[in-house]
Design a protein around this ligand. Structure first.
Ligand code: TYM
Length: 340
């Protein structure tokens, strides 16, 4: 299946559940900004309906939605160039999610590793919403006929499912190429930023230790402390990438450096080979602070202007409705739910 008939359109989403961390930034949001500059049509969504698949305190959620909107803007997303909005304000997401719940097979959802990780051992007690989360995610993307989705590597399986749902819908209702098969766009240098405490686990908002991640709102002292305490090993920095293969923590710090500098991993190794991590860590700290300080300052400023943030989200939701409504109408027509 090709996306020839479909105009290139970029969509991505982030959950409003606490502060964004360096993994979200390097794996996703920094990339969002790049696409916006290339003159593409871009939609970036605060996926609040996804957040409620696990219980959220309503007051906290309201605050987190605004904070994420402020973070998007502080990272460089511009409401003149991109459509910025929150999912719950555009009913197309829920409408299409129900249709996709009827297309998606139980077996497909049973294979989703994120559900297994999040539900843990207590699967029977997980919400049904958490189980069908991937079909809502497919609806987010396909309600706009989006063709490209910038995400971190952890979302790859959900993107594959989205493609399967699109193909099954198109086949079941004999509408070839009605839904496009969206492509994930995964940043090469930072597909998965790992925990600072354990290089085999991804950096995550849900990890209990705050020392495992750099939050975008951390101050310079917190960043310096977290990098100083980041787990590494005794060996010096190697001269070749193969020398990092069995050293996940070392590899992670080198990856972060290369991603921030936007250079190849080999270039970082050429700069630091033979040096101990005690030499490398202060350089990395400086790089992180230089990148994040302007962002956290801007977040603080924006949060003093909540009316502005609310207006950006409201205008974004109107624009998002305008694109998705005709696609939902057409989907209902295909299903026999609507005459014209
Ligand atoms: P979420 O909110 O967990 O994460 C937002 C984005 O950050 C990426 N990411 C990472 N990238 C690199 N290293 C990490 N350690 C790391 N942690 C997170 C994620 O891959 C993601 O791109 N299901 C999605 C939200 C979503 C969505 C969508 C995304 C809902 N609908 C439609 C794209 C399109 C999620 O939970 O992301």
């Amino acid at each position: 299946m090709d996306n020839n008939n479909h105009k290139q359109r970029i969509f991505s989403g982030v959950q409003p559940t606490g502060n964004l961390h360096l993994g979200n930034y390097l794996g996703a949001v920094k990339n969002f900004v790049k696409f916006q500059s290339a003159g593409n049509e871009t939609l970036y969504c605060i996926v609040d309906l996804h957040a409620i698949t696990v219980w959220q305190n309503p007051l906290e959620l309201k605050k987190s939605i605004r904070e994420l909107a402020a973070t998007f803007i502080a990272c460089g997303l511009d409401s003149e160039k991109s459509i910025l909005f929150n999912q719950s304000q555009v009913s197309s997401h829920s409408e299409l999610a129900w249709v996709f719940n009827c297309v998606t097979r139980m077996g497909w959802l049973n294979r989703m590793t994120q559900f297994k990780d999040k539900a843990g051992k207590n699967r029977e007690n997980a919400s049904v919403g958490l189980f069908v989360y991937p079909s809502l995610m497919a609806a987010d993307i396909l309600a706009y006929h989006a063709t490209h989705v910038p995400v971190g590597d952890d979302q790859k399986q959900h993107l594959e499912l989205t493609r399967d749902i699109a193909i099954k819908f198109n086949n079941d209702f004999n509408v070839p190429n009605f839904f496009p098969c969206p492509e994930p766009i995964i940043e090469k240098n930072s597909p998965r930023i790992m925990s600072l405490r354990d290089g085999t686990k991804k950096m995550s908002k849900s990890e209990t230790s705050d020392m495992s991640r750099i939050n975008l709102t951390d101050n310079s002292d917190q960043i310096a402390l977290k990098i100083r305490k980041a787990k590494t090993d005794q060996d010096p920095i190697p001269d070749a990438i193969s020398g990092l293969e069995t050293r996940p923590e070392a590899k992670n710090l080198i990856n972060i450096y290369s991603s921030l500098e936007e250079c190849k991993i080999q270039e970082v190794l050429d700069m630091f080979c033979g040096k101990p991590f005690s030499f490398f860590k202060p350089k990395l700290t400086e790089l992180i602070i230089n990148e994040l300080k302007p962002i956290s300052n801007q977040i603080t400023k924006l949060l003093n202007h909540q009316d502005h943030i609310d207006k950006v989200l409201y205008n974004g939701s109107l624009q998002a409705k305008k694109i998705s409504k005709p696609i939902i109408d057409k989907t209902y027509k295909i299903l026999g739910l609507k005459n014209s």
